[in-house]
Design a protein around this ligand. Structure first.
Ligand code: SF4
Ligand code: SF4
Ligand code: SF4
Length: 344
């Protein structure tokens, strides 16, 4: 269910190239900013001695204006993500994934994180006035999760987008298929990690456990200890061979959003034929379909099964209806008596 490989290779290469350049510039600039010496103040003695003018405190309007480009960019990206979601367009989805890696990942380096779950529990979220774009992203994440499920994971999270692009490019023969039974059990690991890090935070009040359970810092490369780099390297290598490994088995934020997605209002529709048909179950790369049931905690609303649901050439529901309509039409044709000639 991926667009042409050349399109993906170009998109992926572009995202890595631009992303790498952005991260390098960010890393190169960060220490400079810290190391810049404070400007020396001219001595007042013997010189001009004006009274210091008090600067006016910025108003809310000033802060809003200062963040307006950021707000517009996050809003624009969200619109792209939801247009691709509602149109069920594969191409638009991959455009969104590349934009997520480049913009939210490498450029902004500001994703929703387990640290925000800690903040929610400790009442210590970013200050609204100075973080309007982050709040917009957080609202989009929570509201969309309640309405449709983990759309955030399916196309907004930069790390999830990165792994999906890797999956689309890596040849299928390289990928290790995890047996369904093991996959189901392994999907519980992320809930264990979520419970453990929350317990750790509640006991120690220390949020700095996050880089050990989340690789999102890789976009800014601001934490470069040997242990973390080794962990990141191992995770990226695993991602090449095991599809969506981190998202399916390890991500505590994914587990948190999975719990929220139990509330999903607009669920994926199913036909009565889904109770025996296994086409969608085999297609789902997230292990979220078990028989006729869609497990909302695991589903990231990737659209693959929804496209099949509407496919009149592949989905047995439509094929059966078309066949029934054909049979009825043939029977009706046979039942019509041959007109008798009225000529005398
Ligand atoms: S499971 Fe975690 S890493 Fe994967 S897309 Fe969701 S939030 Fe991002
Ligand atoms: S292909 Fe159609 S009938 Fe089969 S599982 Fe998917 S939606 Fe259901
Ligand atoms: S294939 Fe369907 S059930 Fe599986 S993750 Fe995608 S949308 Fe969810």
């Amino acid at each position: 269910m991926t667009p042409g490989r050349p399109f993906l290779l170009i998109a992926f290469a572009l995202s890595l190239l631009v992303g790498g350049m952005t991260a390098t510039v960010a890393v190169a600039q960060a220490p400079q900013a810290q190391e810049e010496p404070a400007e020396e103040q001219p001595a007042a003695e013997g010189g001009w001695d004006f009274e210091e003018e008090e600067e006016e405190a910025p108003t809310w309007a000033d802060d809003f204006k200062a963040q307006s480009i950021d707000l517009a960019a996050v809003a624009g990206f969200s619109v792209l993500a939801f247009v691709s979601f509602f149109r069920k367009s594969v191409r638009l989805k991959y455009v969104t994934l590349v934009a997520a890696v480049l913009y939210l990942g490498f450029y902004k380096s500001q994703l929703i994180s387990i640290v925000n779950v800690f903040g929610l529990m400790g009442g210590n979220l970013p200050i609204f006035r100075y973080n309007m774009a982050w709040y917009l992203l957080a609202v989009v994440t929570v509201v969309s999760t309640v309405l449709w499920g983990r759309v955030y994971c399916g196309r907004i999270c930069a790390f999830g987008a990165f792994t999906q692009l890797v999956d689309a490019i890596v040849p299928a023969r390289w990928q290790v298929k995890i047996p369904r039974a093991i996959e189901r059990r392994a999907s519980w690991i992320k809930y264990g990690i979520l419970a453990s890090v929350i317990a750790y935070f509640l006991i120690t009040s220390d949020p700095l456990i996050y880089p050990y359970v989340e690789p999102f810092w890789m976009f800014g490369l601001h934490l470069r200890t040997p242990i973390l780099l080794t962990m990141l390297g191992a995770l990226l290598l695993t991602t090449v061979f095991v599809r969506n490994a981190y998202c399916r088995f390890l991500c505590p934020l994914g587990a948190f959003l999975g719990i929220v997605s139990n509330l999903t209002v607009f669920r994926i529709k199913r036909w009565s034929e889904c109770s025996t048909c296994r086409i969608c179950e085999k297609t789902c790369e997230w292990g979220a379909i078990r028989g006729p049931k869609i497990v909302m905690t695991e589903c990231v609303r990737c659209d693959d099964c929804e496209r099949l649901y509407a496919d009149t050439k592949k989905c047995p529901h439509h094929l059966i209806l078309i066949r029934k309509a054909d049979i009825l039409a043939r029977r009706a044709a046979q039942a019509i008596p041959t007109p008798i000639s009225s000529e005398r």
